[in-house]
Design a protein around this ligand. Structure first.
Ligand code: TYD
Length: 213
């Protein structure tokens, strides 16, 4: 089995940037690595991504959101995550099941036990080995996003974003061996160094050889 690393965090925390930095480092070392993101990452998933993010007049009820995210995930797991891990690759995913717990659970108020059941069906039980949380105060994160053309999530009321951040912090505290929490107000270089320290330790544990970048 390979190594599965996920990035999580609220709006504007910088996880897409940091997941690319990690991908590039691993790739440059000649390590077999895949970088994917949620929602999306497959043809069908990208179609659903558009539906989920689009600003719209009609209401999307939380349960619909939950099933759409889970549907994207099921496709991504079957098409990319499971086969890549079986080939021994490192898979980096920008958001995964914890996003659903934070956003649809803590944010929208769906019962956490329900979400866990649905997540488990979508992932076939696959869990990340390491989850990196880039933790950032809500106001700071939102101010990093452009004000024009905000998507449905970026436009949600402030209290929703506070609940999401708090949800992540609770998840990380409940499972400290899987989560690594990083202060996302640090500089980009400091953050990528912290991540690399941890990931290189994991590579050593798995006996994956590399030369220091
Ligand atoms: P995206 O543009 O990918 O944002 P980000 O760069 O913050 O990841 O948009 C994805 C949005 O979907 C983001 O606001 C979080 C939300 N989301 C959920 O609500 N539940 C989920 O399970 C996932 C994967 C994402």
């Amino acid at each position: 089995m390979g190594l599965f690393i996920t990035f999580e965090g609220s709006e504007g925390c910088g996880k897409s940037f940091q997941s690319k930095v990690l991908y590039n480092k691993l790739y440059d070392l000649g390590i077999q690595v895949e970088l994917i993101y949620e929602p999306g990452g497959t043809v069908l998933g990208n179609e659903m991504r558009r539906l989920l993010k689009k600003r719209r007049e009609d209401d999307v009820v939380p349960e619909t959101e939950l099933f759409l995210f889970a549907a994207c995930r099921a496709q991504l797991v079957a098409e990319i995550i499971q086969p890549s891990l079986q080939k021994g690759k490192i898979v980096i995913c920008d958001r995964f099941t914890d996003s659903t717990i934070a956003y649809q659970g803590y944010g929208r108020g769906i019962q956490l036990a329900t979400i866990e059941t649905i997540n488990c069906i979508a992932t076939k039980g696959i869990k990340p080995n390491l989850t990196i949380l880039l933790d950032l105060p809500v106001a700071q994160g939102l101010s990093r996003k452009k004000t024009k053309n905000r998507d449905r999530f970026e436009k949600a009321e402030l209290s929703f974003h506070y609940r999401v951040r708090e949800g992540y912090q609770k998840l990380a505290a409940a499972e400290p061996e899987r989560w690594m929490v990083i202060d996302a107000t640090l500089s980009k270089t400091e953050i990528s160094n912290i991540i690399w320290d941890r990931v290189s330790q994991l590579l050593d544990l798995l006996h994956i050889n590399y030369t220091t970048p």
